[in-house]
Design a protein around this ligand. Structure first.
Ligand SMILES: *Cc1c(COP(=O)(O)O)cnc(C)c1O
Length: 407
């Protein structure tokens, strides 16, 4: 049977906007110069590169010389953290959170192995770090704070402005500055970002999360920041990220960021309405479900739900057979039976976490797609539960209880 396809995995990646493809096209064919070459082929590429840098700078509230193009979110996070630490004279202390993306989390685990001290801030049940924990974590030898803007599994928004204000205050009384980096991969193109308003020193974004191409990202580095490269080579990107620039990708990133910032509030309302519709539908139609996070302190695009008495992987596969694409608790955790580090930090019961699905919306999704998803969900959840011994025992016990109550 031919059925429709519904893509609800926009936090993993997004479809490329056709306008972005169109913008990139010439840079795959006739405008192929190396932006470092002095002839007209090179100059054409350089113009595109400068133009993209200017566009991105304006959209992020930065200066063009503060914008560095990279190969994506993972690389931007790594350059930010390793680059800052490598410019510090001594090893020291880093503050991050328990719910970071693996690009930051696994890097911090590595840093611990090579002699750095790391504090992983805990989060509340909504996935948000607490300011008082942050205050308590700061030490004399703290070099860097890296806290994500929005979480990729549950959407929780962290108090970035507040942390930045606090770091600024602390820095007034110190000789060596504490730098503040944020992984903004899940908020770029969804919220209007302004690096000055956020108050951060470094910020990472990735094009493929906002309808741009894969393999290209940006690292914003505030003027005056002491940072060193982590890869060495040519003079590209002011020596911070050597290697011939990916001009088609960079042009695509700039276009995608521009397009996603157009009517951004309207798109956000649309995405929010889709999420609320699915959430309410699930609550109304399916019993024994828990929504993780996604309260008022979360981005609109993510709905993370634990379906009790169901295995997440099985649910994902059955949804997929019906044309609905989602993730389990975390895209990166799939293939393992380990519980998601984010859900476990939020205190979600490990058994419930096994039945967790992440639905993530994009502005291309429609109300009809949500209706279809709900229909499929009802069908597959009840079919999986009917096969679950735990579920059947629960039903049996309930029936027994009711029988005794009737007596
Ligand atoms: C996707 C993602 C990344 C990694 O970005 P890539 O461009 O895929 O390397 C980093 N952080 C967060 C929060 C993400 O969602």
């Amino acid at each position: 049977m031919q059925h429709r396809k519904v893509y609800l995995d926009n936090s993993a990646t997004t479809v490329i906007d056709s306008k972005v493809i169109k913008e990139m096209q010439p840079y795959f064919s006739n405008i192929y110069g190396n932006a470092s070459s002095l002839h007209c082929f090179g100059r054409q590429a350089k113009i595109a590169l400068d133009d993209a840098r200017m566009k991105v700078a304006i959209l992020l509230g930065a200066n063009p010389e503060e914008i560095f193009f990279t190969s994506g979110g993972t690389e931007s996070d790594n350059i930010a953290i390793l680059g800052i630490l490598s410019a510090c004279l001594k090893k020291g202390h880093i503050i991050t959170s328990k719910v970071e993306h693996h690009a930051v989390l696994y890097l911090c685990k590595h840093l611990e192995k090579i002699g750095y001290e790391v504090t992983y801030l805990k989060v509340d049940k909504d996935g948000v770090v607490l300011m008082e924990d942050f205050e308590r974590a700061v030490k004399d030898n703290t070099l860097l704070v890296s806290i994500m803007h929005a979480n990729n599994e549950v959407g929780a928004l962290q108090p970035i402005e507040e942390i930045a204000a606090r770091v600024k205050k602390i820095n007034e009384k110190r000789k060596e500055k504490i730098y503040f980096h944020t992984d903004s991969v899940q908020t770029a193109g969804k919220l209007r970002l302004n690096v000055k308003e956020l108050g951060v020193d470094l910020l990472a974004i990735s094009a493929h999360k906002f309808n741009g191409p894969k393999g290209v990202g940006v690292l914003y580095v505030k003027n005056g920041t002491s940072i060193l490269p982590i890869v060495f080579g040519g003079h590209h990107e002011n020596c911070l990220r050597p290697g011939t620039e990916n001009i088609p990708g960079i042009v695509g990133l700039a276009k995608a960021l521009e397009l996603s910032n157009d009517k951004i509030e309207e798109k956000d309302r649309h995405v929010f309405a889709l999420r609320e519709k699915l959430k309410e539908g699930i609550f109304n139609e399916i019993s024994d479900v828990v929504v993780n996070g996604s309260g008022s302190k979360a981005i609109s695009s993510i709905l993370n739900v634990s379906f009790n008495y169901v295995e997440g992987e099985s649910l994902l596969l059955m949804l997929d057979m019906n044309g609905v694409a989602v993730s389990t608790g975390s895209a990166c955790a799939s293939g393992t039976t380990e519980s998601s580090h984010v859900l476990s930090a939020m205190g979600v019961d490990p058994v419930a976490a096994q039945g967790t699905i992440r639905f993530s919306f994009g502005h291309y999704n429609t109300q009809e797609e949500v209706d279809y998803t709900l229909k499929v969900l009802q069908k597959v959840v009840s079919s999986l539960r009917s096969m679950s011994p735990v579920w059947n025992k629960k039903k049996f016990d309930k029936k027994k209880r009711n029988m005794y109550n009737d007596v």
